[in-house]
Design a protein around this ligand. Structure first.
Ligand code: SF4
Ligand code: SF4
Length: 329
């Protein structure tokens, strides 16, 4: 093992591991709040990427990361994950639970001013809360932030890796600011960070009508394809303007004939046939195969690059035309 690798492993294991464990324990502590909504027996288990990566690096000499971690970004990300929980006591004692269109407009405007690209609303089903985690409210504000097309096109690379962390951090900061904005206006809120959220974001964002979950397991949106990161803010506002329908279900039809992500996934970790679990959760990815490649190769992102929807809104309209023609013939 190279010296640099050994030093990196030592730092990650001695400092990173306990720090990440503390953050996870803090996130889980929300489920102890008597009024919190908790997971169900159908809920997924959160895959703890940082802990699993550190463990794998320690156990396997052949595992070696090529990437350099953007340390300042990582510190900011950890600070902002902590803040999602540390700011909960700032909620008003008797928060408002109803709002009007004017406030929703100002909320959206504020979110856009913080760099958020998409904001939609939905109810969070308890089945989407990760096991052992909890949230304060099921009224979900779902947020998406674009990832740079130029940098995604360079995947897997250090430039892509850095941009992904920049986006995680930017969206995490925006989520905490949106929670603070809600509190200033008399509502209670709990921000949920894009990295290590307490709920499964892609199906939540699909429920919110932002897009549709593709074969690559990621949400595909009209404007950015899979080039997004997702986050949420849960709030006491019960009458959020829920998206009642999803206009992007046809994307599933396109995935059936496309398969580009399956072909281009370097470790061939995307399954041809979806596995459906008793809980209703679908599996399209062999997690361990993806993970081992992902942690050694700049967080990969090849399945985002490969997806034709990631090329922008023109692609969305063009591919919709292809599916409509196919279904009508
Ligand atoms: S991130 Fe990479 S390894 Fe994982 S499924 Fe996507 S293309 Fe495959
Ligand atoms: S690459 Fe093709 S199959 Fe994969 S998610 Fe995108 S559209 Fe679907």
């Amino acid at each position: 093992m190279r010296l640099k690798h050994r030093v990196m492993n030592g730092i990650l294991f001695q400092i990173g591991y306990p720090r990440v464990r503390r953050i996870i324990a803090k996130q889980k502590s929300v489920s102890d709040i008597p009024t919190a909504l908790t997971s169900t027996s159908n809920s997924p288990t959160r895959f703890e990427i940082p802990l699993e990566a550190i463990k794998l690096m320690k156990e396997r000499e052949d595992i070696e990361m090529k990437q350099t971690f953007p340390m300042r970004r990582m510190m900011s990300i950890m600070k902002n994950i902590n803040l999602t929980i540390d700011s909960i006591p700032d909620n008003p004692v008797s928060p408002f639970n109803g709002t009007n269109g004017d406030f929703i407009d100002s909320l959206k405007e504020f979110a856009y001013s913080q760099g958020v690209d998409i904001i939609h609303f939905t109810k969070l089903p308890r089945d989407l809360i990760f096991r052992e985690f909890g949230v304060l409210y099921d009224n979900a504000i779902v947020l998406a932030m674009e990832m740079s097309q130029e940098k995604i096109d360079q995947a897997p690379s250090q430039a892509t890796f850095k941009m992904v962390f920049d986006t995680y951090d930017g969206l995490g900061i925006a989520g905490n600011r949106i929670a603070a904005f809600l509190r200033e206006h008399g509502y209670a809120a709990q921000a949920d960070h894009p990295l290590g959220g307490t709920a499964l974001y892609p199906p939540l964002a699909q429920r919110a009508g932002i897009g549709y979950v593709g074969k690559n397991g990621l949400l595909i949106t009209p404007k950015f394809g899979s080039r997004i990161r997702l986050a949420a803010v849960y709030t006491s506002i019960q009458n959020l303007p829920d998206s009642k329908e999803n206009n992007h279900t046809w994307i599933g039809e396109y995935c059936k004939v496309c398969g580009l992500c399956i072909k281009q996934c370097p470790p061939q970790a995307i399954l041809e046939e979806t596995v459906m679990h008793d809980t209703g959760i679908k599996t399209d990815i062999i997690q361990q195969d993806c993970f081992e490649y992902f942690i050694q190769n700049y967080g990969c992102s090849v399945c985002i690059k490969a997806c034709p929807f990631s090329k922008g809104i023109d692609a969305y309209e063009r591919l919709k035309g292809v599916v409509e023609e196919r279904l009508s013939s």
